[in-house]
Design a protein around this ligand. Structure first.
Ligand code: FAD
Ligand code: 2HG
Ligand code: ZN
Length: 480
């Protein structure tokens, strides 16, 4: 560890917090703080008075109480994989980052109740593994699952690749423990499927992006572990055909479709070009692909046959152009490796302007046509690569810069970020969609959110913020 550099206005608070959490709980040297202050793509780089890493709920409460008394803002942080800058402090350096990374205990797994109680700092993949060891499934699944943490998943109401079947994080939370902005602890760790004793307070904190309190622990729902998993890489002529196939598969499989991910040819090529070990699952290039996965409850449940039959019928009438079914777990992993590396692959193709949007599933084909045309009109030569969770209407409408440009072209392209966002979001709005389907608002989408939310809705949101955090301690300047 290099020498801490606490500036004068924070010396007192630093010493008080050091007393509360001990040496291991405070990071203050600039070099050691760096990883807490920059996000995934380096789009936001902030400053902080220092970073605090409490080891228990009581310590979190003490830290928040001290910050509230000193009027110093708190930025909660989990795995720091947010794509909207929500976990990064602002540039003024007058906030602390409160990392939950030392709160990693699985407090209880109740297999009979199909629940697991975990602290906020547990990594998502570790929750999945603990559930599997007890012959259960924790279904939240996303590309960052090896590094994102449960508190972050809850605070951003994460979605991912199995929402179609199991819902998003909001649907998987039964109870919460939260440190409120004044330092009090709310123990709402109930493990009940039914509880109509007033307002559903836990849902206020799900998706609040750290602006209402610090989630310290949660009771999460578990499911039966699937006994039959069938995975296919399917080529279709266009998104309308993909939609038709989704309807058929849902019906033919008795609602067993768990993932239904859309991938256009161009971004598949990015992955083949840049990600080691990626191979095209099909023999000839096709315009659009789907990664389809079905979960069933019985080993011999006939899901594979149902999928094969449905795909064969769809091939006959031209809805499907080609398909490969995974013959082994290795092949299944290879299909998912392609999907999970799309964000990474895009980084090698220069600047990318992102839109994490949702529209009604039935409106996706029309939305895609309109948004692609608009982007090409705004930036001739730009390369839209819309991919993602078609099964629940959530498309990552990402646009790569025109081919072959260098750093200057990248800068020029990214300078058009806001204009392109506005144009695409206007189209989303016309389809009564959302401008942030699963990544949240953070600091990235503040202005766009304010543009589309009605004054009534914004008033309600402000009233909630005011009621829970009247002094504006928690993650100030985010979401609202
Ligand atoms: P952080 O980034 O640390 O924080 C996210 C927000 O929650 C911040 O506002 C932060 O202040 C707040 N927060 C964190 N912990 C707490 C807490 N304990 N109490 C209160 N507030 C807290 N998202 C999806 O929804 N679906 C995807 O498919 C998906 N795929 C991704 C793939 C990649 C490669 C990457 C890099 C990101 C992806 N994300 C996805 C985005 C991201 O939302 C998720 O990775 C994850 O939910 C964030 O968790 P985290 O622990 O990293 O949270
Ligand atoms: C995914 O679904 C993530 O892979 C990231 O939500 C999407 O790169 C993105 O914009
Ligand atoms: Zn996603």
């Amino acid at each position: 560890m290099t020498k801490p550099a606490i500036t004068e206005p924070f010396e007192n608070l630093h010493d008080q917090i050091l007393d509360a959490v001990g040496e291991e709980g405070v990071v203050a040297a600039p070099a050691d703080m760096a990883r807490y202050l920059a996000e995934e793509r380096g789009r936001f780089v902030g400053r902080a008075a220092f970073v605090v890493r409490p080891a228990s709920t009581a310590e979190v409460a003490e830290v928040v109480k001290l910050c509230a008394a000193a009027g110093v803002g708190v930025v909660p942080q989990g795995g720091n994989t947010s794509l909207v800058g929500g976990s990064i402090p602002f540039e003024e350096g007058d906030e602390i980052v409160l990392s939950l990374e030392r709160m990693t205990r699985i407090r209880e797994l109740d297999a009979d109740n199909f629940t697991i109680t975990v602290e906020a700092g547990v990594i998502l993949q570790q929750v999945q593994e603990a559930a599997a060891a007890a012959d259960r499934l924790f279904p939240l699944s996303l590309g960052a699952e090896g590094s994102c943490r449960i508190g972050g998943n809850i605070a951003s109401n994460a979605g991912g690749v199995q929402v179609l079947r199991y819902g998003n994080m909001r649907d998987l939370v039964l109870g919460l423990e939260v440190v409120l902005p004044d330092g009090r602890i709310w123990d709402g760790l109930r493990a009940l499927r039914k509880d109509n004793t007033g307002y559903d307070l836990k849902q206020l904190f799900v998706g609040s992006e750290g602006t209402l309190g610090v989630v310290t622990a949660a009771v999460l729902k578990l499911y039966a572990r699937p006994r039959e998993v069938v995975t296919a890489f399917v080529a279709v002529p266009d998104p309308a055909a993909a939609l038709a196939l989704l309807g058929r598969l849902r019906a033919a499989s008795g609602e067993s479709v768990t993932s239904f991910e859309l991938i256009p040819r161009l971004i598949l090529e990015f992955a083949l070009r840049h990600i080691e070990g990626c191979r095209d699952p099909l023999s000839a290039p096709q315009p659009w692909y789907l990664l389809v996965e079905l979960f069933g409850g019985r080993e011999d449940g006939g899901l594979r046959e149902a999928l094969e039959e449905a795909l064969a019928a769809a091939y006959e009438d031209g809805t499907v152009l080609d398909a490969a079914l995974a013959e082994s777990e290795t092949q299944r992993r290879a299909f998912w490796q392609l999907r999970e590396n799309l964000t990474e692959a895009q980084k090698f193709e220069g600047g990318s302007i992102k839109h994490d949007v949702s529209v009604p599933v039935s409106a996706v084909p029309a939305f895609l046509k309109e948004a692609e045309a608009k982007c090409r009109e705004l930036v001739p030569g730009c390369r839209p690569v819309p991919f993602g969770h078609l099964g629940d209407g959530n498309i990552h409408f990402n646009v790569s810069q025109p081919e072959g440009g260098g750093a200057a072209e990248r800068e020029a392209f990214l300078a058009g970020w806001d204009a392109m966002n506005r144009a695409v979001h206007d189209i989303v709005h016309r389809h009564r969609g959302s401008i942030s389907a699963e990544h949240g608002i953070g600091r990235l989408k503040l202005a766009e959110n304010a543009r589309f939310k009605s004054p009534v809705e914004l008033d309600l949101m402000r009233a909630v913020k005011q009621a829970l955090d009247p002094h504006g301690i928690m993650n100030r300047g985010k979401v609202l």
